[in-house]
Design a binder for this molecule. Structure first.
Ligand code: HEC
Length: 137
């Protein structure tokens, strides 16, 4: 028993470490997502994602508040829905709605290693989702 004792804190740390990685998005991914959001989404959804400031665009409707996605989804961030919506894989109620289908136009954000025109990399999609998850109210 005395021999095993020193190992207990180590084992706990390993378990906690694994949980922390699974639950908290990696900080650099969130930063990357923020850059993508600023370039590709903020004009319509607002700098903070809450839809504020978009009225001047004359879209005919206010883009939804993206900080309320979790609240509108019974407290769980709807990651798969957001991904599919952004890529244009969900049929829209209004086919003329202003939001681009990023699966077609790509996410050409400002990062030097951003995706080429017309493409969305898995890394960028994960980063964007990680960031949007952090702005939930
Ligand atoms: C040209 C304006 C415009 C841009 C740019 C834009 N959106 Fe949208 N977005 C809209 C509009 C308008 C709607 C609501 C109408 C609809 O259903 O298409 C919407 C809807 C959404 C929804 C659905 C929300 C819900 O509760 O149903 C999500 C998620 C979303 N946008 C995410 C994004 C993300 C992420 C980006 C950037 C990659 C982005 N949008 C870029 C205009 C825009």
């Amino acid at each position: 028993m005395t021999l095993l004792k020193p190992l207990v804190p180590l084992a706990c740390m390993a378990i906690l470490g694994a949980c922390a990685t699974a639950l908290t998005p990696d900080k650099s991914s969130v930063t990357r997502g923020k850059t993508i959001f600023a370039k590709e989404c903020s004009a319509c959804h607002g700098a903070n994602g809450d839809g504020a400031g978009s009225a001047s665009l004359g879209l005919g409707m206010t883009p939804p508040d993206l900080t309320g996605l979790t609240a509108r989804n019974d407290g769980a961030f709807p990651r798969a829905f957001v991904q599919r919506f952004v890529l244009g894989q969900i049929e829209k109620e209004d086919p003329d709605a202003a939001m681009p289908e990023f699966g077609t136009v790509g996410l050409q954000h400002a990062a030097k290693d951003g995706a080429p025109a017309g493409e969305v990399t898995a890394e960028d999609m994960i980063a964007l989702l990680d960031y949007i998850e952090t702005i939930q109210k």
